[in-house]
Design a binder for this molecule. Structure first.
Ligand SMILES: Nc1ncnc2c1ncn2[C@@H]1O[C@H](COP(=O)(O)OP(=O)(O)OP(=O)(O)O)[C@@H](O)[C@H]1O
Length: 310
């Protein structure tokens, strides 16, 4: 076990940011911490890093209690904070060298690590650029290079792709996979469910400071009632027909707004065909029809009754 968090409680005056939060991370995982804005992701990470004190609970990292002076553990941890934290007076190379130098004294060894980190985030041609000259995506990549140059065993990444162009975003996600392949355990926070689905082998969903679900994306989706969602556009149906659609096999929820019909199905085959058969029988005309499998937003919606996205 690389991280063990038990019953963590953190209050900011009247706000309970973490409410008996639990989480465990095993070696080699890419753990996704997913939750809407304000659900407590950053607070949880900052407590794990001992950057914040907390009111109750226990945090162990590398099997040792995490405290502000746990330097032995800290040297094996990398942090990529949500807000880019680099020195604007230093160029790309000197920034990476500075952060690497906090951990590695030997100059020759450090030079090699700095070169590797810069190559890793593909910033070679920008070595001499100061941060002010870099685009948002390149700046994020510099932020990552600063956090990983000392080759940490455990890396915390707090929303590293916020406000990043798609090309840099893909480069960042690919880089995270490579770091993981090279042996790093990664804790990745995001409120983008697509990213978490794509990247993480286990996901913890947070809401209001609590862990509300945990598992692989397949496990999380298998545990909810929704198995298929069919949406039909440009359709006009009556209240009687809505009631009859509710009676079709496996249907458990029907909603109808602005001529768009959404039908949720539990387990089952031929769901869409059964619905189309009903439309044919009733002579109902319709526009486009989509069938969707559940997303992590559906998991969140079923557990909390609200959307993951704001
Ligand atoms: N310094 C602070 N003082 C008071 N309240 C705070 C402070 N930092 C966070 N909070 C509150 O604690 C709760 C959790 O915030 P936190 O930033 O940890 O959530 P988050 O999931 O990381 O959100 P985001 O995705 O917006 O970063 C929120 O209600 C937030 O308003």
């Amino acid at each position: 076990m690389i991280i063990e968090v038990r019953n963590l409680v953190k209050r900011y005056k009247d706000v309970i940011a973490l409410d008996h939060f639990n989480m465990q991370v095993e070696e080699g995982e890419i753990l996704g911490l997913l939750g809407p804005n304000g659900s407590g992701k950053t607070t949880a990470i900052n407590c794990m890093l001992s950057l914040l004190s907390f009111d109750k609970g226990e945090i162990k990292i590398f099997d040792k209690e995490m405290t502000p002076d746990a330097y032995d553990s800290k040297k094996d941890i990398g942090i990529i904070p949500q807000n880019v934290a680099v020195f604007h007076e230093l160029n790309v190379q000197d920034n990476v060298d500075y952060f690497c130098g906090l951990y590695i004294r030997d100059k020759a060894k450090r030079k090699k690590l700095v070169d590797e980190a810069i190559a890793f985030v593909a910033l070679d041609e920008y070595r001499k650029f100061k941060p002010g000259k870099l685009s948002g995506g390149l700046l994020r990549r510099l932020n990552i290079a600063c956090g990983i140059a000392h080759k940490p065993k455990l890396i915390f990444m707090d929303e590293p792709t916020v406000a990043v162009d798609p090309q840099s975003r893909n480069a960042i996600l690919e880089g995270i996979r490579r770091l993981n392949n090279e042996g790093a355990t990664i804790v990745y926070t995001s409120h983008y469910m697509e990213e978490v689905e794509e990247l993480c082998n286990r996901i913890i969903i947070m809401d209001k400071g609590k862990m509300i679900a945990s598992g692989s994306k397949e496990e999380l989706k298998a545990n909810i009632m929704l198995k298929e969602k069919v949406e039909v556009e440009q359709v006009t149906i009556s209240l009687r027909q809505i009631e009859e659609i509710k009676g079709i096999a496996n249907v458990y929820d029907v909603s109808y707004h602005s001529h768009t019909l959404q039908v949720k199905f539990m387990e089952g085959k031929r769901n869409m065909l059964n619905l189309m058969d009903y439309f044919a029988q009733e002579d109902i005309s319709y526009g486009k029809v989509y069938s969707q499998t559940p997303t992590l937003n559906d998991v969140f919606l079923e557990i909390t009754g609200k959307q993951l996205r704001d």
